[in-house]
Design a protein around this ligand. Structure first.
Ligand code: SF4
Length: 341
């Protein structure tokens, strides 16, 4: 067996042992997706995500992240689980990637282990990797490596299978045989563009994050623009609308890694509880979950909006109590919701 074949086999075996469902390779140079990425930033469509601007130089020049890098391993880990039934009452929906454990942490640990195992078996092996936490344009690497095509909803999609997978990227200092990119598999479909409640897609494959419910409920820090609140419907954290309508996603998702299975009280949130719980209670309930990201103030803001959208007068007492909250954003969103009851 040649050294290259041995390396490919070893990487595939070790990655599969650690639970990665998809393993692809691509060449390193030039870094893909940079022009689109820079245009996205230049047009201000990234909103308040300053980390995207800060990461522009290394995204364009991955050699600065791993001198001597030659190839890229792109790994997919499925997170799809069936959505738990609607519990009814005053509850809000959470995007499915956040039902289980925080993928940054869980997949990050597996990447470290993969790196360790490969160093032991491949002489001189070095890597630089991450999952949504490093200056790497994950979707662009995935597309070039054939780990999905980029749909009109801007997500990497494995045709006829799923877009519900996390993408991890590892730059490595060895030569690996590149996989082939997939062609377009959207065709004339445009369900995701039509379903987006806020019109966040400015064109097929072009997103304005400032209108995206995922961005607004997770990354955006301040007031949510008035004209977008009603369109959030019941989404209290993230949004899956553009994935749920995609014909490539299964109606009955398979059960993926148990770490990403829905934890109690994480797929549907009790909105009045979120609104009234103290910060420590919220932090402790969402420990180890992506739902911690917006912080207690952001979650309460989102909960107030969904309560306003549900329009159930029984939420009045909770919203009135939220008006006494020390945070101006929570108060103003509670007031907006009260005006809608
Ligand atoms: Fe493509 Fe249709 Fe899926 Fe959108 S919903 S990503 S247009 S296949």
């Amino acid at each position: 067996m040649s050294t290259k074949d041995f390396n490919v086999l070893t990487i595939r075996q070790e990655a599969a042992k650690l639970g990665f469902d998809e393993i692809r390779f691509t060449h390193l140079d030039p870094a893909p997706g940079v022009d689109n990425y820079n245009r996205f930033i230049d047009e201000g469509r990234h909103g308040e995500m300053g980390w995207m601007e800060r990461g522009q130089p290394p995204r364009a020049n991955p050699f600065s992240l791993l001198p001597g890098a030659k190839s890229v391993i792109v790994l997919g880990m499925n997170y799809s689980h069936p959505r738990p039934p609607d519990p009814g009452g005053l509850t809000g929906k959470v995007a499915s990637y956040a039902w289980g454990r925080d993928y940054h942490n869980r997949i990050g640990k597996r990447l470290k282990k993969l790196d360790r195992n490969l160093r032991e078996q491949i002489p001189g092996f070095l890597s630089y990797g991450g999952v949504d936490s490093r200056p790497l344009i994950e979707r662009a690497w995935a597309q070039r490596a054939g780990l999905g095509f980029l749909g009109k909803n801007c997500l990497a999609i494995l045709p006829g299978r799923s877009s519900y997978f996390f993408i991890a990227v590892m730059l490595v200092n060895i030569d690996l045989p590149p996989d082939t990119p997939l062609g377009d598999h959207c065709g004339s479909c445009q369900r995701c563009l039509d379903v987006c409640p806020t019109g966040a897609f400015t064109a097929p494959g072009e997103l304005d994050a400032r209108r995206c419910i995922s961005y607004l409920t997770i990354e955006h820090k301040g007031e949510i623009p008035n004209d977008l609140r009603q369109q959030m419907g019941r989404w209290v954290f993230g949004c899956d609308d553009c994935q749920e309508v995609c014909p490539h996603n299964p109606k009955n998702p398979i059960f993926a890694d148990p770490e990403f299975a829905p934890r109690a009280g994480h797929a549907w949130l009790d909105l009045e509880w979120v609104l009234l719980a103290d910060d420590d209670t919220l932090k402790s309930h969402f420990q180890g979950s992506p739902i911690r990201r917006p912080g207690p103030q952001g979650l309460k803001r989102n909960a107030a909006i969904v309560l306003g959208n549900m329009g159930d007068p029984s939420a009045r007492t909770s919203l009135l109590r939220a008006m006494d909250h020390s945070d101006a954003i929570v108060k103003s969103h509670a007031k907006w919701a009260l005006d809608r009851l």
